[in-house]
Design a protein around this ligand. Structure first.
Ligand code: IMP
Length: 201
């Protein structure tokens, strides 16, 4: 039986303001009082894990130990089939220190060298950890294909080149509420909420 969140404060273990806001919005219907790791002055641990789940756990555990409060972390990225799952946990790093995702998308397109297999998926790993070291882990996924050139200015990261299966437009062209209904993050959150926050709002 997965440990449940007993109420009170929850730390969002992310120093990415956009992602932290999205997590806070997804948890709002459950009456959870959230605090950001940055606001508590918690340091950002190095993401040394080999998997999304490892990295989510590293971030959530560091925040839980540092704050003495249950903490939630998200680690996510893009996996391209023809590249053996890359960039994977390197998804953010591929954009370089300037976080240039136009460049990162171009690098992937160049590496594909016209490959016919355009399948890709996003993964979102969530870890909810308590200060005593116990963690609950959840993973969400959305499958699709890569298109070129990039389309749409909505969303972030690799959204302009990703078309989810069953759809004709990229995540970059999709209304945010529509993306949030089918995304890897929404999938992972549904599992987290069902197990730890008492099901539907
Ligand atoms: P993280 O902050 O280490 O988890 O890195 C996540 C990276 O994966 C982001 O910087 C994006 O490049 C990519 N990514 C994750 N989720 C999405 C998404 O929903 N759309 C587009 N890119 C995403």
């Amino acid at each position: 039986m997965t440990r449940r969140f007993a109420g009170g404060k929850l730390v969002i273990a992310s120093h990415n303001p956009g992602k932290a806001r999205e997590i806070a919005e997804l948890l709002a219907p459950y009456g959870v009082a959230v605090t950001m790791a940055g606001a508590l002055g918690l340091a950002e641990p190095e993401e040394t894990g080999a998997t999304f789940a490892d990295n989510a756990r590293i971030k959530a555990l560091a925040a839980a130990k540092g704050s003495g409060l249950p903490s939630l972390a998200d680690d996510s990225g893009l996996e391209v089939q023809a590249l053996g799952g890359r960039p994977g946990v390197e998804s953010a790093r591929l954009a370089g220190p300037a976080k240039d995702f136009a460049l990162a998308m171009r690098k992937i397109e160049d590496e594909l060298k016209g490959a016919r297999d355009r399948r890709a998926n996003f993964i979102c790993a969530l870890a909810l950890c308590w200060p005593d070291g116990e963690c609950a882990a959840f993973e969400g996924r959305v499958d699709g294909t890569l298109v070129w050139p990039p389309r749409g200015a909505r969303g972030f990261g690799y959204d302009p080149v990703f078309v989810a299966n069953g759809h004709a437009i990229t995540f970059g062209e999709m209304a945010p509420e529509k993306k949030h209904a089918i995304s890897h993050r929404a999938d992972a959150f549904r599992k987290l909420v069902a197990a730890c926050f008492g099901g539907a709002p």
